[in-house]
Design a binder for this molecule. Sequence first.
Ligand code: G3P
Length: 285
Amino acid sequence: MKPSYLTTKIFLDSGNPLETKQALTDLGFLDGQTTNPSLVAKNPRIVELKNAGSLSEDSIWSQYKLVAEEIRNIIPHGSISVEVFSDLETPHEEMINRGKDLAGWFPGIFVKLPTTHEGLVAARALSSEGINVNMTLCFSQEQAAAVHSATVGAAGQVYVSPFIGRLDDIGFHGIDLIKNILLMYRNWNSHVQVLGASIRSLDHLFGCINAGCDIITIPMSIVELWKAQGLNNDPAQHEFAISDNKPIPYRDISEGDWVLYDIHHELTNKGIEKFVADWKGLFAK
Ligand code: G3P
């Protein structure tokens, strides 16, 4: 049963349906699941097929689809995100075609796209056709502004996924980005839901809950930590570690044409490169 204080939706961040089952048991509820190429590349069955040399670039997609379907069987009403394969050169036309394929896996699925220029063009097209999109690898308020503006009037639902832990890794206070995007979106009465990702600690989890984040996706390690410390403990009473990471100041950005925002972020490019490397590693000879 979901604790009564919790209005935030909790997703599992994993490419392994066995973990979906375990998280559902541990938490007593689960609102959805996010996957990505790096997580799917760690799925035990896929690793086994890889080690047997029986994975090809085509068969990996049927394996990914099986994984998504298994997750859906465990949480039939949950929101499930699957990621379009894209590298730094993939044009939006390809992302749109691949996104449509993924959207056909089952109704209500969320198609993950990178928060880049090409990813946003694809998101605008797919969401206007009623396909749900999840804009991943978001590291700045400008990128979140562009997600909002590019998808105004969307017929599908729209998530933006800011990556907290990876901002912490480079010396910033990642939770600040969540707070800044939530504030900007409230001012704009935005249709976009904020999904806190790259969660590495209970401080991240409770920081997002206390900030009023719409959704948080957590790996199994955080499910276990949360369960161990008591799910019913009020996050407002949580004692946060003192961090000497640099604060991320709020930027007073005006709502406008999405192509005018500076959406480049080095961590977005690095994130795409890592997904590509993990994915290609599966069928490398
Ligand atoms: O949800 C995004 C997540 O899978 C990335 O996490 O820990 O690799 O930054 P991490």
